[in-house]
Design a protein around this ligand. Sequence first.
Ligand code: ZN
Length: 141
Amino acid sequence: MKHYARFEAGEPSTWSAWEFQHPAFARPARGKLFLAERLGLTGMEISLNTFARGAAMPFLHTHREHEEVYLFLSGRGEFQVDGERVEVAPGTAVRVAPRGKRAWRNTGDAPLLFVVIQAREGSISYNTIADGEHVEGAVTW
Ligand code: ZN
């Protein structure tokens, strides 16, 4: 049994070519790539995102059950949850509870690159370090 999946999203500078068709909107969103289907994820969704200079989310959204983490990789931006604003920059991680009303925008002069991870709130049953198990066998390359 194969215990991994691999997908190449390409260089971040090319991510703006990805399109995502949300069922509620007429036109696809650009620069958003979901990985769950491509990797066969079963316990989380991950998306790779690039937001062009000057781009801003035109609506707020919440989730029914999933918490989200927005992990910013490059660029500058502003994030809001329930009307409270925070600055985001490379290395910023923002966790949003399911019911938080969220939006974000690029306030810099370069693309805003970020990864969004969503998972069911409360779904991790115990410490993630304790979940790892040492196995026998030497590492070979
Ligand atoms: Zn979301």
